[in-house]
Every structure is written in C-alpha cells, then in structure tokens.
Design a protein around this ligand. Structure first.
Ligand SMILES: C[S@@+](CC[C@H](N)C(=O)[O-])C[C@H]1O[C@@H](n2cnc3c(N)ncnc32)[C@H](O)[C@@H]1O
Length: 449
C-alpha cells in the first residue's frame, strides 16, 4: 500500500473515533465518514506500520443507515463525527464501541445495556467553548478541525442553536474594533476563546483573554446586556502558554455571580470554572440512575464531585455524602447548593486532588462509620482515575462502586483493577453527546463475597 493510491475498500467495523475500518494486504485502514457495510473508493493519505489513513472519494455501495448530514459545516468543523449516520445506528455504534473497548482494553466480556438516548438529536448542548481565530473574513469563532490545530470558523452550531446570536455578537464586536487574536506561536494578541452556558432562561458568557485590559470591552458588555435579559458576563484571564482553555482567574463584568437553575427538584449554582454535564435531559437520566443505587443510611463518597448537584441528590436519600473536587470554585458552588437545598448537614465537600484526599478520607470514614454501608461514586475526567484513587477505593471496601465515565478506554483500564475485587452488575451507556463519537457510561459494581 502506498500514499496517494486509490483503492476500493469494504468497511468492516468502526474505530475508536467512529471512523470506518477496512482491512487490506495486512493493513487496517481507517477512513472517517465511511460506514460499516459500505464499499467505498478511498484515497490513501498516509501509511504507517500495519495501518493507514484514507479518505472517502466515493461511496460505491451505500449503507441503509447513511443520511445526509443536517449541518452544512459537518466534516469541515470537527465538532461532530456522526451526523452522516442515522440516530438509531449512532446508538448501536456507541453500545458496540463500549463493549469492544471493555474487551480490548480491560479484558472484560460483559453484555452492555442499550444506550439511553437523548430526547433531542440536535440543540442538545447547554455549554459551548469556541477558540478564536483569524481567517480571510477577520476574527472568527469555531472548532478545531479533526486531528488538527486549525480552527474552522462557524457562524452557528447545530448542537447549540442558542449560540448563533452570541457568536455573531462577539465576532461583530471583535471585527468592528479590530481586536487581536492570541497567537500561540508568537504569544501576541488578546482574544483566546469564548465559552457560554445556558440554564433555563439564563446565559453565562465567559470571554477568555490574555490580560484583563481588553480594548472596547464596554461596547461588548453593552451588546451582551442587550442580547440577554438575564445575562452574566465574565472575563477569564489566561496568561499561560497552554492549550487548557480557562485560566484560574475570573472577573465579573455584569450580572449575578452565578448561573442558578433547577434540575430534578434541586436548585443548583454554577460558577464559570465549574464543570456541569452538557445535556440537561441525559444528565437527569444519568443522575436518576446513580441515585437509584443509593440506599437510605448509605455513607456516600462522591469523588470528582464538580459543582455538587449529584451529591445533593444523593444526600436526599443517603445518611451522609462526602464530595471531593479539585476546583475550589466548584466546591463553593457545591456548598451553596447543599445549603440552599437544606442538606448542608448531610453534605461535606472538600477541595483537593482525589489521589491525595481519598486515601486519608476513606481510612477516616471507615473508622468513623465502622458498621455502615458505603457507596463510592467515581466520576473522573477523561483521563480516568489515578492509581492511588483505585487503591484507596479497594482498601475502603465499599459495598458498591458506581463508576460514571466519559471515556470508555480509561473506564476499561480502571475496571480491570476494580474487578479484581468487585463484580459488574451492569454497564449502561448514556448518549450525552449525540452526533459525536463520545459516550457517557455508568458501571455499577458490587463487592465479591
Ligand atoms: C466529569 S466531571 C464530573 C463532575 C460531577 N460529578 C458532575 O456530574 O457534574 C469531573 C470533575 O472532576 C474534577 N477533577 C479533575 N481532576 C480531579 C482530581 N484529580 N481530583 C479531584 N477532582 C478532579 C473536575 O474539575 C470535574 O469537576
């Protein structure tokens, strides 16, 4: 196989990014936007040892699951991976992907449940983060195109229709006043990214900039306050030479301090730096499933607890909930949320790295509650749990572990450790991120006798 060769290939399976995979001459060929069952004409883009990348030139035999992508920026902007696949086939792909990853990475063969679907296929995201860039039209906001560091400007996003007027407002302002975009090569320019979150009728907008003094910020502030009746506007200062979007410091420009909303009967609060699940409908189903696993009188450790909404929901059932979270602002939010819902006596939140906090906390609680039932919730970021967290959890011997994961690969890796002492009750994926390759999964485990 050589670069620039054109081949006809039969797509046999999907890869980890939702791309089609064909096998030919001992090579696995990865072909984005090709579907299982299709025969495609493909151009070989690069050849490595034992595998190659190709792009579809022509679909010769079309899958019945193929559809034309509803969004005109699909394949160019890199925000979505699966718009060309009908929704029920997307759910099947995600179920199979979790099943396969558990087997390949964790050596675990367990029948995965059907994926809990999103009620809406589009306009599902309550949060959007877009980097700034320059193109021939001027300042744009967009997504990084697939596997690149090139931003493709978009005037709207089908996953968050609410963002169209915001993107226009901010790029109009940046272009009108010739604001500069931060260039990581020469470290010059001001604007880095825009992030926004909606909850109910409220919107919180955060402009990520290199320094606090932004020319003509008053004009943007004026425009945003006209756009949103219940708006909140923050600057986030990120001076670091990093690809992490948000810096540690936020400065409020106008509005309430926090985004306040309700979910599942709980009033919750979010600051700009706090994590929150991005799809309201699927979040509610996910949390309800977690809470259904909590028993009255349980001692719950909610590790990686974010802004504490799940902790408060658990506290309505459990005897006591201990949250551990690394972002201080999220812990303030979690404390406020516990207080405003009247469960402050049942929720103890702690700021810190789970890898450092959990070993001590587990020991202490085991002494304090020698006879109680323990449930540990693990909801880590994409990189999964630190080994020290897994060790502490096994040492603590909770009756139940509920692992909530947004990355099947690290989930499978961590389950390999946890299943040395625990058995899987079920693996339930949730479609938190329709149109993308991403999937959220709950795994419930109980201790072996
Ligand atoms: C996937 S989110 C889950 C948050 C929360 N459980 C929820 O449902 O909204 C992961 C959280 O872990 C936090 N985090 C990341 N690394 C951490 C660490 N080493 N120790 C504690 N928390 C961490 C992040 O700030 C984020 O809030």
């Amino acid at each position: 196989m050589i670069k620039n060769e054109v081949l006809q290939l039969n797509i046999e399976s999907y890869g980890a990014f939702g791309e089609g995979v064909a096998h030919v001459d001992g090579y696995a060929v990865f072909i984005p936007y090709a579907l299982v069952g299709e025969r495609v004409e493909a151009l070989i883009l690069s050849v490595k040892k034992g595998y190659a990348y190709a792009k579809v030139l022509n679909v010769i035999e079309r899958s019945k699951d193929r559809r034309s992508a509803p969004c005109e920026y699909f394949t160019r902007c890199g925000g979505c991976d699966l718009q060309h696949l009908n929704y029920s086939a997307q759910l099947k792909l995600k179920k199979d992907s979790v099943q396969k990853t558990l087997h390949n990475v964790g050596g675990i063969d367990f029948e995965v449940d059907e994926v809990y679907p999103s009620i809406k296929e589009f306009d599902t995201r309550n949060k959007l983060t877009l980097p700034f860039s320059m193109d021939k039209s001027g300042v744009v906001l967009g997504f990084y195109s697939e596997r690149s560091h090139r931003v493709v400007g978009i005037p709207e996003c089908a996953l968050s229709a609410w963002s169209k007027k915001l993107i226009k407002c901010v790029t109009d302002w940046a272009n009108k006043y010739s604001l500069s975009v931060y260039d990581e090569r020469n470290k010059k320019g001001i604007l880095r990214a825009l992030t926004a979150r909606v909850a109910g009728d409220k919107t919180m907008v955060t402009l990520v900039v290199v320094r606090e003094s932004v020319p003509h910020l008053d004009k943007l502030s004026e425009d945003l306050s006209k756009l949103y009746e219940n708006g909140i506007f923050y600057l986030n200062i990120n001076e670091e030479d990093t690809n992490v979007v948000l810096g540690n410091r936020c400065v409020k420009i106008f509005g309430e301090d926090k985004l306040v909303s309700r979910a599942l009967g709980v009033r919750y609060e979010l600051s700009p730096l706090s994590f929150a699940q991005v799809n309201d409908y699927v979040r509610d189903a996910l949390y309800s499933k977690v809470v259904s696993e909590i028993k009255e009188d349980d001692i719950v450790i909610d590790a990686y607890s974010g802004a504490g909404l799940m902790s408060v929901l658990c506290a309505k059932v459990a005897k006591k909930v201990y949250g551990v979270e690394i972002i201080p602002d999220a812990v303030y939010d979690a404390d406020d949320t516990a207080r405003k819902n009247g469960v402050q006596d049942k929720v103890v939140n702690q700021v810190g790295d789970c890898a450092r906090v959990l070993p001590e906390l587990c020991k202490k609680l085991r002494l304090e509650y020698a006879r109680e039932r323990f449930t540990i919730i693990l909801d880590p970021p994409r990189k999964g749990c630190d080994e020290r967290v897994l060790e502490a959890v096994l040492e603590c011997k909770p009756d139940k572990i509920i692992y909530v994961s947004c990355n099947p690969a690290t989930l499978a890796r961590d389950l390999k450790t946890l299943t040395t002492k625990y058995s899987i009750n079920y693996v339930k994926p949730f479609d938190m991120f329709p149109q993308t390759k991403h999937v959220e999964t709950i795994v419930c485990l109980t201790r072996n006798k």
